[in-house]
Design a protein around this ligand. Structure first.
Ligand code: KG4
Ligand code: ZN
Length: 346
């Protein structure tokens, strides 16, 4: 609530990768509008995100998604209490277009600007889907750029328990999909194909990491690549669904195993999933099973909020707004922004 007892309305912009997205969210929980302009068609031709093309497309789309978010919320700038923008991590050019756009708006409107960490945004997507969810909880954040196990101690207060040493889970899915000849973005397509396959078809090595809650996906990715190459070189027809199911099984079992280990060893009372890969069917099924066995409530963003969107950024901004955290007009994009500094890694 703001001083007059009305809900705090935040207008957000997200442009860290290949989605230009804007949203209006009330009190960090209630979505009034959520507009996502996907650039997938622009990048599909190249088999992945081309940073320069992404930046240019964001410049063209920023104004339009913001106008559309206000229109769908049936509001004007006058109804907005604060602005929010993703300032990292992500592609520097893509982030800069969003940051510049929102700094301009903040100055012109005289409204505060709240800088948001993209990973924090993914975690906060859960507050939008589950009105009853409150910290503390354990969160498995799995996206195209990150695989983190995070202890969410409080709103906007995190301890990093573990992370990937090499590829992120989404990145590994995308690379495996490419090996199978699936078009970009491969993760969701591999997931769909895997539904008809045998997960025991190909055994992949289990990763070993020093940190108890850390991940590593490059070993299983290389083993997968070698197995597919061998099949091709010996002229065998690729059993794509079986291969997809085997790879998905290996990645998901690793994600689930470490998440459940961390939950039991840290005494977490509940678990949440976040990030693009939290849309993965097998991950959602397996986490549901394991959490039921352990008697732990599981929270998952609804499918439309798993991938990049503006509403999650506006939610994350709300908790920072309550703490009075606003950005100066010197705010810059930080492509390598971390969720927590190394000193607070648990
Ligand atoms: O969170 P996100 O939209 O963007 C980043 O912050 O990276 O995550 C995108 C990643 C991509 O690697 C995409 O292939 C993966 O999430 N992804 C999936 C699924 N849906 C999206 N991976 C596996 N199964 C899915 N159903
Ligand atoms: Zn993301």
């Amino acid at each position: 609530m703001n001083d007059s007892g009305a809900p705090v309305r935040i207008l957000s912009l997200e442009s860290s990768c290949d989605e230009t997205a804007a949203a209006v969210v009330e009190n960090g929980r209630v979505i009034r509008s959520n507009v996502v302009f996907s650039q997938i068609d622009l990048h599909a031709l190249y088999g992945g995100v081309v940073p320069e093309i992404a930046s240019r497309a964001h410049v063209e789309a920023c104004d339009r998604v913001i106008d559309e978010a206000l229109r769908r919320a049936d509001m004007t700038f006058g109804d907005i209490d604060a602005l929010a923008v993703t300032y990292g991590p992500g592609l520097v050019g893509a982030l800069l277009t969003g940051v510049s756009c929102m700094k301009g708006l903040s100055y012109a409107l005289g409204k505060p600007l709240i800088p948001v960490n993209h990973i924090e945004g993914h975690i906060c997507a859960n507050y939008l889907t589950s009105p009853d969810l409150e910290p503390p909880f354990l969160c498995l954040v799995v996206s195209g750029g990150h695989s983190h196990l995070v202890h969410v101690r409080d709103y906007a207060d995190y301890t990093l328990l573990g992370q990937t040493w090499d590829d992120a889970a989404g990145e590994a899915f995308d690379k495996a999909a490419r090996v199978l000849g699936l078009p970009y973005p491969g993760g969701p397509r591999l997931d769909a194909l895997a539904e008809e396959g045998d997960p025991q078809y190909l055994k992949l090595p289990e990763p070993h990491t020093e940190g108890r809650y850390d991940y590593s996906f490059s070993g299983m990715k290389t083993a997968f690549l070698n197995a597919v190459n061998k099949l091709e070189m010996t002229g065998q027809e690729l059993q794509k669904a079986d291969l997809a199911a085997s790879f998905r099984h290996a990645v998901v079992e690793s994600l689930v195993g470490k998440a459940m280990l961390a939950a039991s060893e840290t005494g977490a009372g509940r678990i949440a999933l976040a990030g693009g890969v939290s849309a993965n069917r097998e991950l959602r099924r397996r986490m549901t099973e394991e959490c039921a066995k352990a008697g732990l409530p599981l929270y998952m963003p609804e499918l439309s909020l798993c991938g990049d969107n503006g509403a999650m950024i506006a939610s994350a901004a709300y908790w920072r707004y309550l703490r009075g955290e606003t950005a100066p007009l010197t705010l810059n994009a930080v492509p390598g922004l971390r969720l927590v500094t190394a000193a607070t890694k648990g």
